[in-house]
Design a protein around this ligand. Sequence first.
Ligand code: UDX
Length: 458
Amino acid sequence: MANPHVLVIPFPVQGHVIPLMELAQCLVEHGFIITFVNTEVTHERVLDALADKGLLDDRIRLVAIPDGLESEEERKIPGKLAEAIYRVMPGKLEELIREINASEEEPITCVIADQGLGWALEVAGKMGIRRAAFLTAAAASLVLGFRIPCLIDDGIIDHDGTPIKKQTLQLAPTMPLMNTSDFVWARVANLALQKIIFGAMVQNNRLVKLADWLICNSTYDLEPGAFDLAPEIKPIGPLLASNRLGNSAGHFWMEDSTCLEWLDKQPPGSVIYVAFGSFATFSKPQFEELALGLELTNRPFLWVLRQDTKDGTNATYVEGLQHKTATQGQIVSWAPQQKVLSHPSIACFLSHCGWNSTVESVSNGVPMLCWPYFADQFFNQSYICDIWKVGLGFKRDASGAIAHGEIKNKVDELLGTMTFKERALHLKERLMNNIGEGGSSHENFTNFVDWMKTQKSS
Ligand code: UDX
């Protein structure tokens, strides 16, 4: 029998491309051929970052379709990308599938779409192709999304998502505490963007119900409350390259692996790893507080400062900092994060609490210091600090900033006891049991693969 051909399409941002690419790499090991569809801009970035590494199996074919925007300037305007995607990409995706299915290639028999691209599920349905949705965030975020009609009925939020009452919700005992002002759609730059994101969420929550499978990069033991409330969401995570002894791919920046050699020279369990994912940026004063706080800890640190956060006002400061802390710290533009977090020298992870970073940290038994910025990161912080108790959050001062003294104190508190590390190692063990033979993630993934191999097109 020919290898089944699956089309995988992520939302075009870093935190979605990496886990969907990991899923693609897992599927290849089960005999699938993958067409991985990025927007043209993302496609170029992924290819550039991969340059000459021969990382990707040739059964994964990278292809590109336009995102509907004319310029980089437009892409930087919050909400523009989300809007353009809906206008242009559905037609382009349909065209691409028609082309493939009319060619000599194996026809596409299943579409796996990012849960944030509900329209791709519609396109697949219209073409009679089976479909699965993949959630890159915590199951809790979708469970909250499914609750939107009740939140409106109960007068907690308005029809555009604006919180009416300030209160803290907990949908189940093992679910995160959610302040209404921290709702995924409410923690964004402005009201216009909130409306776009809220509207897209409502639409995607409806469309995701069309999918034959709804899989998630999470684990039952991380979120039992959420999975009990929405048993249709099947956890298959944590999806990590190390689980298949491979490399992660789909990065937008080239990894600087020299930091692994630097880590080799540090004492075990000594290094603070500092990284804020692919979006977060700092004001100059906040940036300086963080630099000073790290210096004050007197501990080695590895800090990811993306090129875009170094540009402009911070550039001179960063140069000075690099010079000043040369013996204490290492600064890189983009790290091989999954490898860093599994390195024995790492003591803790100071993170923005993006879901991928969170999953990667707890899968390696690394305690966390939480510095959330937007969207789901606030309730990811609640999982880390209130539910799993493997980390600490920072207190902000009256101006909303996190001061250097607070940073030093929280590092000392987290690392001054073995309690957080012990809990983190215990959680890691449970997660690893989930992906091992007989574990629930393993079972869900196996059932998903069997379904894709055996079912006929509807
Ligand atoms: C975004 C949102 O912030 C997040 O909350 C949402 O759940 C997914 O989309 P991002 O901000 O980029 O993602 O954070 P995160 O989810 O943590 O993903 C970042 C990815 O980049 C991780 O897989 C991480 O390993 C990788 N990374 C980060 C690197 O490989 N190297 C780095 O130096 C930094």
